[in-house]
Design a protein around this ligand. Structure first.
Ligand code: NAD
Length: 292
């Protein structure tokens, strides 16, 4: 059994911490938001009013925070709070530069560390079925294994510092682009008088097959569980998809990679968000593509 401090108990962190409790670990928690802290306490997390109190005596600290700047600020504070040897794991989705920076902060404090972003959304967080993409040393990866297994189903060691964030950003760039491709195809099919079901039946068994089509179809009908059947309630919100696409473009610029479709996808999601759709599921972008 590990003594875990979980920092950031929002939509993802709350249910992830609850799964650690369910697996028999002692979990203390801290969040700036009172309601998030109270909800985690109901799930068995011991709540604390400060970061310092929450991490006292912890052998592992996990962070699940909105952005790179929050993770850097918390990990800088942690460096003065935790004992050398404390395992630090960041599960937030952040830019690669911030991920590498927090590894350096932890290393200077004598702490093993991992960047371990997730995919699978709030459903995966609640069900303990997340995919973890992990960067860091093999030793830190091995040490975190039982904890990550309590929160996820597939855990991939992608390489050294920042490799987990790199994998996450590349995967979500594929997702953002492929959802637009599928949306455009359905919008074109509609103009050609093709039924949604006919296009789905053909493309899902042909070379157009992809997750955006077969698991998350952006029109109601063919995949009953997709957000299109539920008024495009997220799911995975437009604002989060835009965040990840902008991270991919930032890092592409920094390393000189050419990602023209990633750039186009980021622009389209930016427009869609500006039109007031930030809180809707990202598959709703088909509505804008129909008008374009
Ligand atoms: P959220 O806003 O629901 O939760 C973040 C929590 O962090 C909030 O409760 C906030 O109060 C807390 N927080 C912020 N600064 C803090 C600080 N200094 N100290 C303590 N607590 C602090 O966000 P979320 O949906 O849980 O997402 C968290 C991360 O996971 C993000 O990086 C997001 O991109 C990523 N992610 C989200 C999803 C999703 O479907 N929601 C899927 C995969 C990855």
């Amino acid at each position: 059994m590990a003594n875990v401090a979980f920092i950031g108990l929002g939509n993802m962190g709350g249910p992830m911490a609850a799964n650690l409790v369910r697996a028999g670990h002692a979990v203390s928690g801290f969040d700036l938001s009172e309601p998030s802290l109270a909800a985690a306490a109901k799930a068995g997390v011991t709540p604390f009013a400060t970061l310092a109190e929450a991490v006292r005596g912890a052998d592992t600290v996990i962070t699940m925070l909105p952005k790179g700047q929050h993770v850097v600020a918390v990990w800088e504070e942690l460096a003065g709070l935790v004992a050398a040897g404390t395992l630090q794991v960041d599960c937030s989705t952040v830019d690669v530069a911030s991920a590498r920076r927090v590894h350096d902060i932890a290393r200077a404090a004598g702490c093993p560390s991992l960047d371990a972003p997730v995919s699978g959304g709030t459903g995966g967080a609640a069900g303990g079925t997340l995919t973890f993409m992990v960067g860091g040393t093999p030793e830190a990866f091995a040490a975190a294994g039982p904890l990550l297994e309590a929160m996820g189903r597939k855990i991939v060691h992608c390489g050294s510092d920042g490799a987990g964030q790199a994998a996450k950003i590349c995967n979500n760039m594929i997702l953002g682009i492929s959802m637009i491709a599928v949306g455009e195809a359905f919008a074109l099919g509609e103009r050609l008088g093709l039924s949604h079901q006919a296009l789905f039946d053909v493309a899902s068994a042909s070379s157009g097959q992809c997750w955006s089509l077969t698991s998350y179809c952006p029109v109601p009908g063919p995949v009953p569980s997709s957000p299109a059947n539920n008024g495009y309630k997220p799911g995975f919100a437009v604002a989060l998809m835009l965040k990840d696409l902008l991270l991919s473009q930032e890092v592409a610029d920094a390393c000189g990679a050419t990602t023209p479709l990633g750039a186009a996808a980021a622009r389209l999601y930016e427009t869609f968000e500006t039109e007031g759709n930030g809180g809707r599921d990202f598959s709703a972008i088909i509505e804008m593509l129909r008008k374009a």
